[in-house]
Design a protein around this ligand. Sequence first.
Ligand code: PLP
Length: 513
Amino acid sequence: MPTHDDLERLRHRIAPLEMSPEEFRAAGHELVDLIASFLGSLRERPVTPGETPEQVRSVLGTSALPEQATPARTLLNETAGLLFDHSLHIGHPRFFGYITSSAAPIGALADLLAAAVNPNVGAWNLSPAASEIEALAVRWMAEMIGYAPDCGGLFVSGGNTANSVGFLAARRSRLGAGVRAQGVGVTAGRPRVYCSAETHTWVEKAADHYGIGTDGIRWIPTDEQMRMDVAALRAQIRSDEAAGDRPFLVIGTAGSTGVGAVDALPELAQICREHDLWFHVDAAYGGLAAGQPDAPPDLAGLALADSVAIDPHKWLYSPLEAGCALVRNPRDLVDTFSYHPSYYKFDEATRENGINYYAYGPQNSRGFRALKVWLMLRQVGRQGFARMIADDIRLTAHLFRLVQAHPEFQAFTCNLSIATFRYVPVGVEPGSTAAEAYLNRLNEALLGRLQQGGEAFLSNALVGGRYLLRTCIVNFRTSLEDVEALPGIIARQGRAIDAGMRPADLGSEQKAG
Ligand SMILES: *Cc1c(COP(=O)(O)O)cnc(C)c1O
């Protein structure tokens, strides 16, 4: 039983977590000031401090769960400094690593606003304005990639989840309603998924988790440009059909993670029509380049897909996390995810009552990821994005020309905003087994040094057994100066590593003069 004192205290309850408006204002202003200075100082900072887990743990200090309170303002100031000094900065102009973008500053403010209002965008009546904003932002995302704006769709955590939504919609639509209750074992014939050997690992997770099994994936080989071999796809589907298997899904990739290759989407769509298969496109990376003058025309085939995954936290420069799943027919999403029979009265549900997003995707309670995307699209408009994406592509093309012209580099691929090349020191002639093995080891060691060094951050790709350096620019802060500095930085580190690592029988720099 609560005592009289308990009740008196609760009459004007002041909870430990509550902050008065004055306290919030003071702490918030200070934090925003710190963030503004941090963003202004990015270029002067190392891309990464290159610390070990041990070092980072020692900075964090005590790991004991606190018993007592600490003022919010103290914590926020302290933690801002900690994060600024001990993070890898994806927003740094010389971050050329994975396909993960500089984050738009307005996105950070939008996330703050979303968290402050904290609508639950699982149900319309818990998030009236937020649900409507999400519906609008989904529609705009579709327009950005040339997809039908009346499609269904929702924001999810990223590309993996967005692709999984398409996968599940395909499974329900093509394997039938029975799979929801009885599992995929109910289908006659083994379910088969087709995708290129370059497809991102999400497809293995999806095949595994959703009952198809990774052995159900048909990995179609790629041509010399790393695009799915369309003739091989046709042949595989025919032979599987003849064997009594159950093909149901073809996955095209619009911008492969490795080298940015875009599959022949219109042809894949045609094959899907002929065989009544679901056509999903993983456009997590390349989707937003659709319509760019320098982008592959095959991106126009996005419009033909039954479902598409795009990733605003890649080429829309949104802060993590924001993925977006689009499905041509909104009913397919409801059929896949809804367990509430009333939502089968679909048109009524969307038009009159608003969308309940829990019936559209895997989540129940949902955050307001759409806000940052909606605000970013309004802040710079379609034209602003077109310019930033085109500039990323231009800078990549320029970097590729620089490494082609440089005597110590061998250039390989340049697609969208990904370039691949390797460091080849003077005196080493590529081609022989020994030289290739050495170049692989050398470039791997070089990448390790670059990733720790903080001058510039790159990643790698494997093309035809060769270990390559890989740059990806989805970074509105990268300028010509950064691109022009890069070959010199890599060559300097490359020479230093080569000097200590080259086997005697591969010749020497001196001999090569
Ligand atoms: C990045 C990427 C993914 C995964 O997206 P996440 O946002 O990291 O989950 C899937 N497919 C492709 C082609 C990608 O580039």
